[in-house]
Write a protein that binds this ligand. Structure first.
Ligand code: PMT
Length: 223
């Protein structure tokens, strides 16, 4: 049965957009709602995997049966994922992790002066790249959000990051990407195989993704 295929497997999923603090009342973030990652966690749990969801702030309720760890920044997300990585068989990075964070977080609210203000940003660690360096037997799935050259940028990412699979979404298409209840994605594999999916709701995308993970694990997927 569908609920049993990933029994005994442990999965980590990330979701949402990280928040990078500027001062006690302000932060930098992006338009991720968390919907895609929450759907992936739900689909993995449904397939029987013991699932941990590492979530940046969202308005969503954690899927039932999924252990959820709430984090805010990219650094905290990295810490939470690395903390559980040793025991994981599957990792799906659906979160929109901020590439940069303010160089420092002001201790007090920054005051308006009327003058221009330059905020210095420093690069955040690339969590997925770090996981890939210690991949061993794990299945690692990345997402790619692009606004141009979707497939060529995604191909470059899958090779450079040493992934088993990449889910590419063109976030400029209506009905795809950030915030939408649906997504339009392509699955890419390191051997060059590519599958373009039609627009479907994020839980359906997630269930298709889980079928691909089962195939990568050499499990029977067709019922
Ligand atoms: O949350 P929703 O509103 O449902 O929207 C879904 C989504 C558009 C956020 C999702 O489908 C998606 O595309 N997520 C990845 C967004 C992203 O940050 O893409 P990227 O191309 O910048 O990053 C590539 C991969 O590296 C991603 O798996 C990302 O999680 C990971 N990454 C990125 C930066 C970083 N510092 N560390 C990372 O691990």
């Amino acid at each position: 049965a569908r609920q049993d295929r990933l029994r005994g497997k442990r999965a980590i999923v990330t979701a949402g957009g990280t928040q990078e603090p500027i001062d006690p009342v302000r932060y930098l973030t992006n338009r991720s709602s968390g919907r895609m990652g929450y759907a992936v966690a739900e689909a993995l749990q449904e397939a029987g995997a013991e699932t941990i969801l590492v979530s940046a702030p969202t308005a969503l309720s954690p899927p039932p049966g999924v252990e959820t760890i709430q984090v805010s920044t990219a650094l905290k997300m990295r810490e939470a994922v690395l903390d559980r990585y040793a025991e994981a068989d599957i990792v799906v990075m659906a979160a929109a992790v901020a590439d940069y964070r303010p160089a420092e977080e002001a201790g007090q609210k920054i005051k308006k002066t009327g003058a221009n203000w330059q905020l210095e940003l420093v690069p955040n660690p690339d969590i997925l790249a770090e996981l890939a360096r210690n991949k061993e037997k794990r299945i690692l799935v990345g997402f790619a959000a692009e606004t141009e050259n979707l497939i060529s940028f995604a191909r470059e990412k899958i090779q450079r990051k040493n992934l088993d699979m990449l889910v590419a979404n063109d976030v400029t298409l209506p009905g795809a990407g950030f915030g939408s209840p649906t997504n339009i994605v392509s699955f890419l594999f390191p051997d060059g195989r590519r599958e373009d999916l039609p627009q479907m709701n994020k839980l359906e995308v997630a269930r298709r993704l889980v079928q691909e993970i089962e195939a990568l694990l050499g499990l029977e997927t067709k019922e």
